[in-house]
Design a protein around this ligand. Sequence first.
Ligand code: UD1
Ligand code: MG
Length: 417
Amino acid sequence: MKKPVAALILAAGQGERMNSDLVKVLHPIAGLPLIAHVTQAVRGAGIKNVGVVIGTQGEAPRSFLSGVKIVLQKKQLGTGHAVMQARSRFGNWQGDLLVLPGDVPCVLAETLRELIKAHQRSSVSASILTADFENPTGYGRILRRGNQVVSIKEELDLKPSERGIREINSGIYVFHTPALFRRLNEIKRNRKKKEYYLTDVIELFARNGELVRAYKIKDSSEILGVNTRKELGEAHQVLTERELKKHSQAGVTILDPAQTSIQKGARIGRDTVIHPFTWIERDVTIGRKCEIGPFAKIRAGSKIGDEVVIGSFVEVVRSRVGNKTFVKHLSYLGDARIGQKVNVGAGTITANFDGKRKNKTVVGDRVLLGCDTVLIAPVTVGKGAQTGAGAVLCARNSVPAGKTVVGVPAKVIKRKG
Ligand code: UD1
Ligand code: MG
């Protein structure tokens, strides 16, 4: 970056079209609220000075916004009004200002970086990220004269002859900051919506001979705006497909991508096979040559070794599973540490929650857990031990290494000879 760049994310809207009690930007997709996807992209583009405009509907958004400058917009009077509220924080900023909505979760850090680069190469007042949409309904349209953008018109204000324009405004811009705040003083409320539109500064620039460029990208899915539940689902798909593609290129077999969800940040080793209806959360690590699913759910904080089988209807959370261990059917492993070459029999369950806290289960290497074993945590099973079918291991009653326990509560059996 030739000039320093700050970012301002607009996130104060309630999101009426979502028809929800929850503020729009807090709706989670692919493991994170919308706003967190956007702040990640902004940080990924190398921007440290970040402001977020939020409303006064509860304190909720703040919990996701550590390390940013919070700007309050008490009344939601439009995107232009939202930026005006940031004048005291950013009005004197002499660098460029990246302004973007909190509802574009799919935008990539590299794209933001490219937009900034393009902006800083030319001496324009504003650069807009745009794309051609097959169905542009609902988006602001880009009106051009050659290379120069002359205005952005919202759906409601389009003339019939302008409805055919397919180039849309992503809502992502880089502004020369002093120019932006100067023109914001001049915008008026939109006559139909009674809102101050940020997009109106573009026409003001053009009319006053200040240059505005559009930076058009090919992959329009990156700038999908989330205004409805339908678009929320579409954005989830875009993010998920992106992750699946990354893993398959790195040597993971995903048999049915349409029925598999892998969140950004999960690590999966080469030659692992993911069967359909599998759900893998974002800080999960899975080793090489594993078989996962069908119908497996691997939740946050789990680390699965190499050559492990996590089979059908198995849920794993905050647990470690050692190399060559089999958990093939109908199990729940929570807060567990399972060794290597363990066989977890069908129906084995860790009872990790005692109503107050989550307790740990430790299972040593080469243990054989019989079908339907219940491990009431905290409990430890020593190396090479076995449990009989239906055994209930009571809390703090460790199973000694090499022994076999059976029954309810499980007791060591003595073998003759
Ligand atoms: C906006 C753009 C439109 C563009 C589209 C891209 C305007 C007038 N229109 O429309 O040209 O194609 O984004 O997705 O800018 N917000 C506030 N305070 C407000 C109003 C909105 O902070 O008073 C925030 C919202 O939380 C949201 C963002 O600004 O994150 C955009 O608002 P939204 O209502 O979604 O605008 P669009 O109708 O999508
Ligand atoms: Mg929007």
